[in-house]
Design a protein around this ligand. Structure first.
Ligand code: ZN
Length: 278
């Protein structure tokens, strides 16, 4: 299992340049780059600078985060999603980053699960047609909030299976999995090849539907059944990568290097019980 850093973890005070140097120093194999951090980086640097950094470093880019709220959009909003997708595909070509996280829309009103599935399948197919030309894969990330249109593992997997194409899969995020009570049985039945990205984190112990991203904790320090999730992943043969992704304001205020170092230690301590860390 390769250990990856998701830039959400240091979102408030860090930069892409800083995260890259510190993640390389602390031995991360991979990084997930945030779209907003990439745009900030490009104000004073070029994609060629970024490509040159990766060429001389051990750490490699794994995915971009994220195209948000891709479904049920008006024309202008959907055009922006497609423009951002092309921007990320072209950026990915320069640095060898071939995955993009895509997120369903919140607060859509009274659509049924069937209507949400149909809309998700339609949009994922259209975006996948664009991404395919660049050899890019899309990972649909359900969000474990009651008002997110796609909010459990089972619902997401059902959509991904219906899309049924090689460049569309999903994100498994342990916080989101726990937050809306996703079923381990659904994970145990899944095809590991459809899990493109694995986000690890933990959560304070709140009732189903009550936790928000600021309640995330370091892996192993909260109420999420990480042992259950990790042993299920082992059972289905997933072993690609694990990305530490926190959104906790308290950790944002830590020294950035300490956050990056602790994130890796906490992740390896939990994941290392089930997988060999590369
Ligand atoms: Zn996530």
């Amino acid at each position: 299992m390769k250990v990856c850093f998701n830039q959400a973890t240091t979102m408030k005070n860090s930069t892409l340049a800083m995260d890259l140097v510190l993640c390389e120093k602390h031995g991360y194999e991979l990084i997930e780059i945030r779209l907003d951090k990439l745009r900030d980086y490009l104000k004073t640097n070029t994609m060629e600078d970024l490509a040159a950094f990766f060429a001389k470093s051990r750490i490699k880019p794994y995915a971009f985060n994220a195209l948000e709220f891709i479904t049920f959009r008006d024309e202008a909003g959907y055009k922006q999603i497609k423009d951002d997708l092309v921007f990320l595909c072209e950026a990915g070509e320069k640095i060898g980053c071939k995955k993009i996280v895509v997120v369903p829309t919140f607060d859509i009103g009274g659509y049924t699960k069937t209507e949400i599935k149909n809309e998700s399948v339609r949009v994922l197919n259209e975006l996948a047609d664009i991404a395919e030309k660049y050899g890019v894969k899309l990972a649909y990330e359900f969000v474990g909030y009651p008002n997110c249109s796609v909010n459990t593992f089972g619902q997401t997997y059902d959509i991904i299976k219906a899309v049924d194409r090689e460049n569309v899969g999903m994100v498994l995020d342990c916080f989101h999995f726990h937050a809306m009570g996703s079923c381990l049985e659904d994970l145990k039945k899944a095809d590991a090849g459809k899990i493109f990205i694995f986000h690890i984190d933990d959560s304070e112990d709140l009732p189903v539907g009550a936790a928000r991203d600021d309640k995330r904790l370091w892996p192993g320090e909260g109420a999420v059944d990480l042992d259950g999730i990790l042993s299920a992943l082992k059972e289905i043969g997933y072993s690609e990568m694990v990305s530490v992704e926190l959104f906790r304001p308290e950790y944002w205020d830590w020294d950035i290097e300490k956050t990056i170092q602790v994130g890796k230690e906490k992740t390896e301590a939990v994941v290392g019980k089930y997988f060999e860390i590369e």
